[in-house]
Design a protein around this ligand. Structure first.
Ligand code: ADE
Length: 245
C-alpha cells in the first residue's frame, strides 16, 4: 500500500520531508516527487502547484509514474460557510469545479463527457479520526502563542462540499453567489476537484483535508505566509502522521 500525498503549499511538503526517511527525489515536468518512508509507511509526496490544470498534471504523473494506491490532498481554503473560522477543518465529501459552466450544452458545473457535477471522495473513517485526534491535542503541535495569534481555540471539523476554481475568492458577493448555487459548500480553493476528477478517471481512492485560512471575502487578510508555516504545515503533518499510524 503506497500513499500519494499532494500538498497545495511547498511549506507543507517541506514539513513532511523533515521526517521522511530513505528519500528518493525525481524531477519531472517542473515537479519534484519525493518517495520515502513516513512513520514506516511508503509515501510519495509532491507539491500540486496552483490551479486546476497544474494540480491535474501533478496527479496524473503521480498515478502513472509512482503507482500509488490512494491519494490524500492537504492544503488551505477560504471559508464559504459562515460557521467556519480560521483554523477549522473541512474533510471533503463532494468536490465541485465551480467555474465549469458549459450551458446550454450541459448543466452548470457538469464535467463534459463524465455526466457528473461533482466527484465524491472515498469513505474514510480513519481520516476522520486522524483529524479529530489532531484537533483534540492541537496544543502538542502548535504553541499557545501562535494559536492565540490566529484566534484558534478548539478547531471545528466538518464534512461537506469543497469548491475548486481558477480564482482566489475575496468578495462577499461571490461567496453568496457560490452558496446560492451550491448550498452544501463549506470552502473554496483552487485544486481539489481537479485532483478528484483525475482520481475518478483512474479509479484511485481520493481524500481531501482543507484548513480554513480566510473567509474568502474582503476582510483584513491574515498573515498568509506565517499561517502556512506555523499553522497549516503543523496540521498537515500531524493529521498525516495520525492517519498513517
Ligand atoms: N485558498 C485559500 N483561500 C482561498 C480563497 N479565498 N480562494 C481560493 N483559494 C483559496
Amino acid at each position: 500500500m503506497r500513499i500519494g500525498v499532494i500538498s497545495a503549499m511547498p511549506e507543507e511538503v517541506q514539513s513532511i520531508l523533515d521526517v521522511l526517511k530513505n528519500v528518493k527525489i525525481t524531477k519531472k515536468g517542473m515537479r519534484s516527487y519525493y518517495e520515502g518512508t513516513f512513520y514506516n509507511k511508503e509515501i510519495v509526496v509532491v507539491f500540486s502547484r496552483w490551479g486546476k490544470v497544474a494540480a491535474a498534471v501533478t496527479t496524473t504523473q503521480l498515478i502513472n509514474d509512482y503507482k500509488v494506491d490512494e491519494i490524500i490532498f492537504t492544503g488551505v481554503a477560504g471559508a464559504l460557510s459562515s460557521d467556519l473560522n480560521v483554523g477549522d477543518i473541512v474533510i471533503g465529501e463532494k468536490l465541485f469545479q465551480h467555474d465549469m459552466d458549459t450551458r446550454p450544452l450541459f448543466d452548470r458545473f457538469e464535467i463534459p463527457l463524465l455526466g457528473k457535477t461533482y466527484f465524491k471522495t472515498q469513505q474514510n473513517v480513519q481520516l476522520e479520526s486522524a483529524v479529530t485526534s489532531f484537533t483534540n491535542t492541537i496544543e502538542n503541535s502548535i504553541s499557545k502563542v501562535v494559536l492565540q495569534e490566529f484566534k484558534i481555540s478548539k478547531p471545528k471539523v466538518v464534512q461537506g462540499s469543497v469548491l475548486s476554481g481558477d480564482q482566489f475568492i475575496a468578495s462577499k458577493e461571490k461567496v453568496a453567489e457560490l452558496l446560492k448555487a451550491i448550498p452544501s459548500a463549506q470552502c473554496v480553493e483552487m485544486e481539489g476537484a481537479a485532483v478528484a476528477q483525475v482520481c475518478f478517471e483512474y479509479e484511485i481512492p481520493f481524500s481531501i483535508v482543507r484548513i480554513i485560512s480566510d473567509s474568502a471575502n474582503d476582510e483584513a487578510p491574515i498573515d498568509f505566509p506565517k499561517f502556512t508555516k506555523s499553522v497549516a504545515c503543523k496540521y498537515a503533518k500531524g493529521i498525516l502522521k495520525n492517519y498513517i499510524k
